[in-house]
Design a protein around this ligand. Structure first.
Ligand code: ADP
Ligand code: CIR
Length: 355
């Protein structure tokens, strides 16, 4: 049961949230009716509404503002998750089901910028949660260590091009860590959205990064999600990047069971990552479009693209370099996600060229 103290903190938090100028999806959909209906509820794992919304309450500049404190939160607090999911993933309704996994024909995916005029690098990543382990706010220190060792064993067995080394965050020098972050390989530290969601407990214990020798295949362990599986390379060859990504995911899935929900697909901590959990992005220089942000935003909306800064979400573009990716991940297959991103980036480049 929700204790009187928890209820009090929720009420106080909600009141000040309503006074903020937040433009988050949480602000849009957490009406008084929804709030009053959900404020007494708890999940089977003991999480409350506050555990899901405290990040959005404490960071009114959130885009979304909610995380699933545990897998059951998507069900118990569906009155707030469903409208946010429908809005973010552009039309995925409460009655819709996410399609079955379908990577499609990886050899059919092309280069978004064959002449190499605009795209600096291409990256495809997915989030995965591992069966039997709670999400970040509830995972214990020993579970973090256990999951890390399990993943170290799995990763040390990867074949061919995927072969690499695991580097734990604890014990890593500041300099090595910062270089990996600056080169866009490693997750950043101290993300205030994750911290206030209670997702950084025991940091840096149990966290780490695996990568192959030329850093084109990477796996993040126990950051926002249990796993982030990443393929990254210079230039615009989405096909090659995607092919390596699919190979990596398939190899890992031979040894690890991922959490999957009948309606929502792969389960992740943040509702924006549900479904395929794929974000396919380019680092791209588009100076003409960038000088007309209204136009750029209009094109992004039309093709369901999301624009981020050079160092990822909640950062600014440096030197005119934007991170542009698919926005939707739920309600379409893996192959469709990649096609959507491919098509969007090609159109964007057409506009930049002015043809
Ligand atoms: P996510 O893991 O959800 O994609 P971020 O937006 O924080 O999260 O990005 C993680 C890192 O990946 C950042 O350092 C970002 O700059 C880098 N990144 C994303 N897309 C690309 C890309 N196409 N090329 C190079 N680095 C990229
Ligand atoms: C936010 O709401 O801004 C953070 N909690 C991060 C949400 C994930 N962002 C996204 O747009 N994919």
């Amino acid at each position: 049961k929700v204790t009187p103290e928890e209820l009090h903190r929720l009420e106080v938090g909600y009141k000040s949230f309503l006074r903020s100028d937040s433009k988050s999806l949480l602000r849009k959909y957490l009406t008084k009716d929804v709030f009053d209906k959900l404020k007494y509820k708890k999940t089977a794992f003991g999480s409350s509404l506050l555990d899901c919304v405290q990040s959005g309450f404490q960071n009114p500049d959130s885009n979304v503002g909610i995380y699933a404190a545990d897998a059951d939160s998507y069900v118990v607090f569906s009155d707030i998750f469903n409208p946010i999911i429908q809005d973010y993933h552009v039309g995925f309704k409460q009655t819709d089901n996410h399609p079955a996994l379908d990577f499609g024909c990886v050899d059919k995916v092309g280069n978004v910028d064959p002449k190499g005029d605009y795209v600096i690098s291409t990256r495809v990543r997915c989030g995965r949660s591992v069966e039997g382990y709670p999400f970040a706010p509830s995972i214990s220190q020993s579970q973090l260590w256990e999951l890390e060792s399990k993943m170290m064993a799995v990763l040390s067995d990867l074949p061919g091009e995927l072969k690499g080394t695991y580097y734990p965050l604890s014990g890593m020098t500041r300099e090595v860590q910062q270089n990996l972050i600056d080169d866009h390989f490693l997750f950043k530290e101290g993300d205030r959205f994750l911290q206030s969601a209670n997702a950084c407990r025991f940091w840096p214990e149990g966290r780490g990064i695996y990568h192959n020798a030329n850093k084109t295949f990477l796996v993040w362990v126990n950051e926002e999600d249990h796993l982030r599986i990443i393929s990254l390379q210079k230039g615009g060859d989405l096909g090659a990047t995607y092919k390596r990504f699919v190979m990596g995911v398939n190899e890992i899935e031979k040894k690890v069971r991922f959490m999957r929900h009948e309606r929502l697909g792969y389960l992740t901590f943040c509702p924006t990552n549900l479904g395929t959990a794929i974000r396919a992005s380019v680092h791209i220089k588009i100076p003409k479009l960038a000088s007309n942000m209204n136009k750029l935003n209009e094109i992004a909306e039309k093709y369901h693209l999301q624009i981020r800064g050079t160092s990822g979400e909640h950062t600014e573009a440096q030197g005119g370099v934007y991170d542009i990716s698919n926005k939707r991940r739920l309600g379409l297959t893996e192959y469709e996600v990649i096609q959507e991103m491919y098509h969007g980036i090609v159109e964007l480049i057409k506009h930049e060229r002015g043809s």
